[in-house]
Design a protein around this ligand. Structure first.
Ligand SMILES: [Zn+2]
Ligand SMILES: [Zn+2]
Length: 340
């Protein structure tokens, strides 16, 4: 009895100790142009942002599950679906059979219900999430213990208040050029959020498009600057306006592009002109973009076309003191940075 008591006491105190000193970890799961970003808080709680594509072999569900196992997770505490496109929610039905998901968050009803495939996927989503679903409004806190996550955009609306330390007039807004309407309007509804862990800041805006990004950074920048930016919309030039990127001034950009989707030259150009940008990391070599415009191979997780792709991960680990390290799990190459 006594031994058992002692043992559980030791386990308890080890747990308490490591929670305070544990790192925040983020995994970018390669989904061949889909989105799936797994956030593991120092508290041990987890949030998955999007569930990538549906394929006949459940490739993306298995890749997400493998990443969750690698992170030591037994469940996903929150699944945030930024919007209802197949590359962001396709693998959900297969994933829920592999790992329990406790709570679902999203922007509210799909605005593409006139498309039969979207309507069917959205109906299945409603059924799956019934009783465990929360619709996010701009300004809402996402309750992942151990970090502070604020909803910046949802259903086409931007946060009304200004984040701490932000609010400067964004001079680039004077040169903003409106884009034509978005052909896939649910992108405009994407949930975008800012995650803070100590001094460290990470931003993910889903597939929010050019005209809508502006709402959060013009005429004044309500977001402020960040450390790590998941390039919006897989690095497509329908998103990632200079007005947005140069306002948030990331030090590190992580592009969840596929071999033939995203990673467009003008987005690389915008990123490279952004004040203070140090590095771009990519989920994939963008095959339709000249090799010299892609980032260096050591910062690209996957080089092959989809048929041969192994789905290597990019991993970010953020220490409580603000030092953060990106690692390419294809090669083990890593590089550290300091939070602003
Ligand atoms: Zn997408
Ligand atoms: Zn989309």
């Amino acid at each position: 009895m006594r031994t058992k008591w002692l043992l559980s006491f030791c386990l308890l105190s080890a747990g308490a100790l490591s929670a305070a000193s544990r790192n925040l970890e983020i995994y970018w799961i390669d989904a061949e142009g889909g989105a799936a970003t797994l956030i593991v808080s120092p508290s041990g709680q987890s949030m998955l942002v999007d569930t990538a594509n549906r394929t006949s072999d459940d490739r993306d569900a298995r890749r997400i599950f493998a990443a969750a196992e690698k992170a030591g997770l037994k469940q996903i505490d929150i699944l945030l679906t930024t919007h209802y496109h197949g590359d962001h929610m396709g693998a959900m039905p297969a994933l829920v059979k592999l790992i329990p998901i406790k709570m679902y968050m999203d922007h509210g009803p799909s605005i593409e219900l006139s498309r039969p495939n979207v309507a069917a996927a959205y109906k299945a989503y409603e059924e799956q999430t019934a009783g465990h679903r929360k619709v996010l409004k701009p300004g809402d806190r996402i309750p992942l213990k151990g970090v502070e996550i604020t909803t910046l955009m949802s259903a086409g609306e931007a946060i009304a208040q200004t984040m701490k330390g932000a609010g400067a007039k964004n001079l680039a807004c004077a040169d903003f050029k409106e884009h034509n309407g978005e052909p896939d309007p649910d992108n405009d509804m994407s949930v975008g959020f800012l995650l803070k862990f100590g001094k460290f800041k990470f931003i993910d805006m889903g597939d929010l498009t050019w005209n809508f990004e502006k709402k959060a950074v013009c005429p004044e920048n309500r977001i402020g600057t960040v450390d790590v930016y998941q390039t919006t919309h897989h690095g497509l030039d329908r998103s990632n306006s200079p007005q947005f990127v140069w306002a948030i001034q990331p030090k590190v950009a992580v592009m969840n592009n596929g071999p033939r989707k995203g990673g467009q030259p003008s987005v690389f150009e915008t990123l490279r002109k952004s004040p203070g940008l140090e590095d771009i990391w990519q989920g994939h070599l963008a095959l339709l973009t000249p090799k010299e415009i892609n980032t260096g191979e050591q910062m690209i997780a996957n080089l092959e076309p989809t048929a041969e792709c192994k789905g290597n991960l990019l991993k970010l680990s953020v220490a409580p003191d603000g030092k953060y390290t990106m690692t390419n799990l294809r090669t083990g190459f890593s590089k550290s940075y300091q939070s602003k």
